[in-house]
Design a protein around this ligand. Structure first.
Ligand SMILES: [Zn+2]
Length: 412
């Protein structure tokens, strides 16, 4: 007995109601029971693993409280390009919407937070990112009494990115830029990332007390987007000041497994809806289930199976599918230890620190922090290496100079 939640045409309402009713009767299985039927194979080509499970289960045995019913939710294919898990890099350009982008300064003001500064009121990020940043910096301040963090850069429009790119070409005379991401390919266009600096123009390098940010940012859904040992994969130089919001529990999972976003997005494709789902026990013990749903390119929309009665989030991956994150409502054991910073990891990478040739300050823009009289000095630096040209810098206008270029072997 199969119902056809995916079917778009050729079934009248009565039949659908009957189908759903009959299917509901059949539900009842141990653990996660998935109500999914691949029925219309022209629509979504997925196996019927879960249906077979339900068929072999005694329909009267419906006492398992963990059973979950999945139903299809229709998503615009254009939403593949939206959401906190979108991967924007040299390969995948940003083409999503810009809704929910708001002034970080306004959100900070509303929260009455005095634990950090923002470049100015024009600095924009996604609403969620703004709220999480305020929370993170407030907590950081509670621990360290340090209020020197300055958020220097956030969302950039394509026009702004193009301006930066063109300026770099003009300055260098090159036909392409090694330091500025191409318009459309900067993560700053997503609104999900920020660059940090310190009041007074000091570089933010995540050292000293600021290690706290690195060690705790996953609790707020952030990751250090361009780690030192992943430059070959990210194709972006090590940027200790650039934090990216991916949300909970992804940030924790990425941190504990030492995945950069490129690796994590590839990994998630191993967990399609109709296969084994990725179960993540978050740092707070909450268990999440994550799976990937390929975009239905034959239509303008994709039927995304989502659990009824549980909270979930659907994010595009910015290329070919959706990632569903389900809060299962279950609790697992709390992790015995928390992930640490890079410095304490033991993975053997053949890191050859080649040279450190200068930090030539090429700009010296001053921007006024909106709430203080302190001006932040933006410095931009050029690094040259003897063996390898510098990875493209993700943006200009960051504070931390690139003082070294490393040749790093892929970590995985
Ligand atoms: Zn950045």
């Amino acid at each position: 007995m199969m119902s056809k939640p995916n079917q778009r045409e050729g079934s009248d309402g009565k039949k659908r109601v009957l189908d759903i009713a009959l299917s509901l009767i059949l539900l009842g299985t141990v653990g996660f029971t998935c109500y999914y039927v691949a029925a219309d194979s022209s629509r979504i080509n997925q196996s019927t693993t879960y249906v077979q499970n339900t068929d072999t289960t005694d329909p009267t045995d419906e006492t398992d409280e963990n059973q979950v019913i999945f139903q299809n939710e229709e998503h615009q294919n254009s939403d593949v390009y939206n959401g906190p898990l979108m991967l924007v890099n040299n390969k995948f350009m940003f083409q999503g919407s810009e809704e929910d982008i708001t002034s970080l300064y306004e959100v900070k003001l509303e929260a009455d937070s005095h634990s950090f500064s923002v470049r100015d009121a024009e600095l924009l990020v996604r609403q969620t990112v703004a709220e999480k940043l305020v929370k993170m910096f407030d907590d950081f301040f509670d621990v360290t009494y340090d209020d020197n963090i300055l958020v220097l850069s956030g969302y950039r429009s394509k026009a702004q990115q193009k301006k930066l790119y063109d300026e770099d070409l003009a300055a260098t005379g090159n036909s392409f830029s090694e330091r500025v991401a191409k318009p459309g390919h900067s993560e700053h266009q997503t609104g999900y990332c920020v660059d940090l600096s310190l009041i007074g123009g000091e570089d933010y390098d995540g050292s000293g007390i600021y290690q706290w940010i690195d060690e705790h940012c996953f609790r707020y859904g952030f990751v250090l987007r361009y780690p030192k040992e992943k430059t070959v994969i990210t194709e972006i130089q090590y940027e200790p000041w650039h934090y990216r919001y991916v949300g909970v529990p992804h940030a924790y999972y990425m941190k504990t497994n030492r995945f950069c976003l490129e690796e994590y997005m590839a990994k998630l494709k191993e967990y399609p809806y109709d296969g084994e789902h990725l179960r993540i026990t978050n740092f707070d013990g909450k268990i999440y289930e994550v799976y990937y749903v390929v975009m239905d390119a034959a239509y303008d929309t994709t039927m995304v199976p989502v659990p009824a009665g549980l909270s979930y989030e659907v994010s595009g991956n910015n290329s070919d599918g959706f990632i569903v994150t389900v809060d299962t409502g279950e609790m697992g054991e709390l992790p015995t230890e928390m992930p640490t910073t890079e410095a304490t990891t033991t993975e053997t990478t053949t890191t050859t620190e080649t040279t450190t040739t200068t930090t030539e300050t090429t700009t010296d823009e001053t921007t006024t922090a909106a709430e203080t009289t302190t001006a932040a000095k933006e410095t931009k630096a050029t690094a040259t290496a003897t063996e390898k040209t510098a990875d493209p810098v993700e943006e200009t206008g960051t504070t931390a100079p690139q003082t070294e270029t490393t040749t790093v072997a892929p970590a995985e």
